[in-house]
Design a protein. Sequence first.
Length: 65
Amino acid sequence: MSKVMFDYTKSVLERVSFDVSLFCKELEKAIKTLLPYEMELLREWLLDFTIEKPELKQCLIIVSK
């Protein structure tokens, strides 16, 4: 079940990546729902994803808390 939530989270983040503030809000929601090991996977995914979208790098602070 957890893989489904992680995949859903990535899907939502990809869809809202056009808007930095919306992306950050969805990222904050994800932090509340994902398990600790999923958060590590999300951090890794975010590092790769933000390479192509440098404007989203500011949202990485949210997952580093």
